[in-house]
Design a protein. Structure first.
Length: 212
């Protein structure tokens, strides 16, 4: 598959801290040119969360953008979305069996051995990180860094998504090191978060990656 250069992650906790709803952020990023979105919700998937996710799925369908759900194959199936799993989640092979042959399935890795193992799994892309320090995880894995990312690029043929602490200031270094796409959470959320400022920030990212 060919991933968009910028892979926005809609982290519900981060959005809540900014006072922004899931659907508002999704609409703003799509208006700003996003070609894919991931819903990342680590809490309980209550009815309100699912209703918001269903709004996001509709917005993505209308925009012709891909939608990925983090961790939860059940909700990914209900939403007609793809699935992203981590090292401690459903195994990639079980995820593929559930999702079927056509759904997009991504898989997280955090070091060379995990990345190499991921290359043999039935997934469409592999994520590697954290590249830089990140505040989106309570117990983050050791930093990968740009040099290690560049070395790892040659070890896997699948599309590679870099994640962790990626900002407008360091994203080009990450992409030049071989990442096909950069997954971004905080780097897409201005302090004064509004629908307009989120759209403008997404447009900044799109302009940045077009310089490559």
């Amino acid at each position: 598959m060919r991933l968009p250069r910028v892979y926005p992650i809609l982290d519900t906790e981060a959005l809540s801290r900014r006072g922004i709803s899931l659907a508002t952020a999704a609409a703003a990023f799509l208006d700003g040119g996003a070609g894919i979105l991931q819903i990342r919700h680590k809490g309980h998937w209550g009815r309100d969360v699912f209703d918001s996710a269903r709004q996001v799925a509709r917005l993505c369908a209308e925009a012709g953008a891909g939608l990925i759900v983090n961790d939860r194959a059940d909700f990914a199936l209900l939403l007609g979305a793809g699935l992203h799993v981590g090292q401690d989640d459903l195994s990639p092979r079980d995820a593929r069996q559930l999702m079927g042959p056509d759904a997009v399935v991504g898989f997280s890795s955090h070091n060379v051995s995990q990345l190499c193992a991921a290359g043999g799994e039935p997934v469409d892309y592999v994520a590697l990180g954290p590249v830089f320090a990140t505040g989106s995880k309570q117990n983050p894995d050791p930093l990968v860094g740009v040099e290690e990312l560049q070395r790892c690029r040659a070890l896997v043929e699948k599309p590679l998504v870099a994640i962790g602490g990626i900002t407008l200031e360091n994203a080009l270094d990450v992409l030049r090191a071989g990442a096909d796409s950069v997954a971004v959470i905080a780097g897409l959320l201005p302090d004064a978060a509004t629908a307009q400022s989120l759209r403008e920030r997404m447009e900044q990212w799109q302009q940045l990656v077009q310089t490559l």
